[in-house]
Design a protein around this ligand. Structure first.
Ligand code: ADP
Ligand code: MG
Length: 749
């Protein structure tokens, strides 16, 4: 079809190019509005015309498009024998078997006996639908199809329409829905490409040459209508680079802007709190703590806001590093806020900091050292009086250090002079929360340090994109032994018995244990209180699982049986804060042997005497989460043991994840594993919910070099032309990304 219209661009609305009904289908299924939206819906893969699909690899419930040839087609009737002429009045089922040469797939139609006139043995077609199962065979019920190679000219006119541009050597297979088959999308893309006028290529020609990339139109043609593999590979390479470049330009422009909003330099002071604290440290800092401490100290003494990730292995001693940074800021007249994801952890930090500081934290009190400061705890469950006092000390500046949960982010908390924000266990926070604290309307921006052992995908992305400096603390203090992790499969009941016996042995030696369950009890889900993180389902599409072990039942069962006679208590987010504190206190002081809990102990909890952890239904937790959990044991001189109890099948992916985790003690390796897994989840999720992501071809894990190239190019472009006046195409793409809140990998903080 020749272009009926002129001046069609990527911004042209789809109805104008495709007509209303097709445009509406695309909008409904994928939220597409413009030609650009449509043309950035890239094929998932390509099939060579006539090449074998892999019918044996189809899994039930998957929405698929397959190329196959009809092997046989039959109409079947029910009940009474077939009486010739009356056939059409009987309920009838058409069974068509298609094959890719080896595997078979059953297509079933009800009350459409005429299907056998179209689907003749030998016909080649694309078939789309949701894979079901019928008497042990995989089937598509009422599939949509298009014949590529009908037998005996039986193709209908409608088929002919679609088949016209399917007469190509390579057929793109798009993410499709039940109501919008892949070839219909292909047909829309073809129409859009035909109508498209002159394009403003966002990439200047010299840059394309330098990076060996094709121009935009060639790329779009190559991806949607390739003649061969090279076509779509070149196209993808070019479009992937665009994603990296546009993101890097947004970041580069943001950096320019930030330069106008400086932070206050917080230099260390001779004879200050930091120096006095260092003198009384009960242990020598590890080399890593010293090195990281220097990196942070030098960031803080600049008037450019620090934005640093401390990627510190579980148990590597991040808290001391954080405290030393906070003291440097307090010494120079600023305040520091330490944010923890749970009340349990905030309270623990408050205790730890107060204890470590001793009289240095008794500012304004009897017995306080000269120039001492105060540490205040601010959580949601604080009593009114305590809360008022804490708020007052924070706003007057009497408290140099505030420790808290998200309650610290509330508007009513006004700092006298906030100089540093530290986010502990950053993977448990939403981005918005961090943004809220760092964008608090002061003239100067606070320095920001985020700490975690297992960075979230977005953070990994930020470091890859180069906008977050990273300090790594890999070593744990000397003399500490790595946690030994074992998978305890349900098919070996003896192993779990042996596990409980190990718990008893450790307790007999004066040590302590954790038992972790995915939920609290009877009909309560863990996580309601915001304290626990709900176990992360590795596969959001997997069928709902039966309820897993519950804290309350498990505690009762253990006390009555395997752990009878031990001092067992429960801990979960539904308990009132003072009860939680009391349980943690008793555990810390050794008055409790075993804590049966939810993931409320996931992060940061530090009881060096605890040596064993048993995680029940381990397959229900994310890998990073399990890594955090096992970090609770082996924090003292004795070795730690973590048992991952699971009833996942021996050859299931879930089981493989657990054995992978057991095989490594490296938290960075674990978060890489998790990033890979979750990215796959994201891609699926985006297709299903119609949500669109700005990064489609670019993978943070696989394309680091592309991202680095794009960073260099973006910096050069923006330095020479901050508003991109000479590059209208790029300016439009950048504006588009800046507009969508879905600038997924760009952290507001
Ligand atoms: P994480 O990095 O997991 O937050 P913590 O800061 O809670 O680790 O530290 C774990 C334990 O190690 C704490 O009990 C802490 O007092 C101790 N610790 C920290 N640094 C050292 C060190 N240099 N030498 C010995 N023990 C240390
Ligand atoms: Mg910690």
């Amino acid at each position: 079809m020749p272009p009926a219209t002129t001046g069609v661009t990527l911004d042209t609305r789809l109805p104008f190019v495709l007509g209303g009904p097709s445009a509406k289908k695309l909008a409904d299924a994928f939220d597409m509005r413009t030609v650009g939206d449509l043309l950035s819906h890239y094929p998932r893969r390509y099939v060579q015309r006539g090449a074998a699909s892999d019918l044996d690899a189809l899994t039930v419930d998957e929405q698929v498009t397959v190329q196959a040839r009809v092997r046989s087609a039959q109409n079947r009737t029910y009940g009474k024998p077939d009486h010739g002429r009356r056939r059409n009045r009987q309920p009838v089922r058409t069974e068509v078997v298609v094959t890719d040469g080896s595997g078979e797939l059953l297509l079933t139609f009800f009350k459409q006996p005429w299907q056998i006139d179209k689907l003749k043995p030998g016909a080649l077609g694309l078939f789309a639908g949701k894979v079901g199962s019928f008497r042990g065979r995989r089937q598509l019920l009422h599939p949509e199809y298009v014949l590529l190679d009908p037998v005996g000219g039986s193709s209908t006119d409608a088929d002919g329409d679609y088949a016209a541009h399917l007469v190509r050597p390579m057929i793109p297979v798009y993410p499709a829905t039940a109501r919008l088959a892949s070839w219909r999308i292909a047909s829309c893309c073809a129409a859009a490409l035909d109508a498209l006028g002159e394009l403003d290529d966002p990439l200047p020609a010299d840059l394309r040459d330098r990076r060996g990339l094709v121009d935009l139109r060639t790329a779009l043609e190559g991806v949607h209508r390739p003649d061969d593999v090279a076509d779509h590979q070149c196209g993808r390479e070019r479009l992937r680079y665009d994603e990296a470049l546009v993101t890097q330009v947004v970041l580069a422009r943001r950096r320019l802007l930030l330069d106008t909003l400086p932070a206050i330099a917080r230099e260390s002071v001779t004879g200050g709190l930091l120096e006095r604290f260092d003198q009384r440290l009960p242990f020598a800092l590890t080399d890593g703590q010293r090195r990281v401490g220097k990196e942070i100290a030098s960031d803080l003494s600049r008037n450019q806001p620090m934005h640093r990730l401390l990627q510190g292995e579980v148990g590597s001693g991040k808290t001391v590093v954080a405290l030393r940074a906070m003291l440097q800021v307090v010494d120079s007249g600023g305040q520091a806020a330490l944010l923890a994801p749970t009340e349990v952890l905030a309270a623990q930090h408050h205790r730890t900091l107060t204890t470590m500081l001793g009289d240095l934290a008794l500012g304004g009190m009897l017995g306080g050292a000269d120039g001492a400061t105060a540490v205040r705890l601010l959580t949601g469950s604080l009593g009114t009086t305590a809360r008022r006092r804490a708020l007052l000390d924070v706003s007057s500046g009497a408290a140099g250090i505030a420790v808290g949960t998200h309650a610290l982010l509330e508007d009513r908390v006004a700092f006298a002079e906030l100089g540093l924000v530290i986010v502990d266990e950053q993977h448990r926070f939403g981005v918005e929360q961090r943004a809220a604290l760092t964008e608090r309307g002061t003239a100067a921006r606070p320095h920001v340090l985020v700490m975690t052992a297992t960075p979230i995908p977005r953070t990994v992305a930020m470091t890859v994109f180069g906008d977050l400096d990273t300090s790594v603390l890999a070593e744990v203090p000397a003399g500490r032994l790595p946690v030994q992790t074992s998978v305890v499969p349900a098919e070996r009941p003896g192993w779990l018995e042996r596990g409980w016996q190990r718990v008893r042995e450790e307790v007999a030696q004066g040590r302590q244990a954790y038992v972790v369950c995915p939920r609290i009890g009877a009909d309560e889900a863990a996580g309601d209180s915001g304290e626990e993180s709900a176990p992360q389902q590795p596969d959001p599409d997997s069928p709902r699982l039966p309820p897993g072990h519950a804290v309350l039942d498990t505690a009762a069962h253990l006390q009555a049986g395997p752990l009878a006679g031990l001092r067992v208590e429960v801990l979960h987010g539904r308990l009132p804060p003072d009860v939680k504190d009391a349980v943690m206190d008793r555990f810390t002081t050794g008055a409790v042997d075993v804590v049966v809990s939810t993931t409320v102990v996931e992060v940061g909890v530090d009881v060096p005497n605890a040596t064993v952890m048993v995680v029940l239904d381990a397959e229900r937790f994310g890998l990073s989460q399990l890594h955090q959990l096992r970090g609770r044991v082996g924090r003292g001189a004795a070795a730690g043991l973590c048992l991952l109890v699971t009833d996942a099948d021996a050859d299931s992916p879930a089981r493989k994840r657990l054995t992978d985790l057991a095989a490594t003690t490296d938290g960075f390796a674990v978060s890489q594993l998790d990033v890979t897994l979750r990215r796959e989840g994201d891609v699926l999720g985006a297709v299903q919910s119609g949500r669109r992501s700005s990064l489609r071809l670019l993978s943070v894990v696989q394309h680091e070099h592309v991202i680095a190239q794009a960073r260099a190019d973006a910096t050069e472009l923006v330095d020479g032309d901050p508003d991109l006046e000479r590059l209208p195409g790029l300016r439009a793409a950048v504006a588009n990304l800046e507009d969508t809140s879905g600038a997924d990998y760009i952290d507001k903080a």
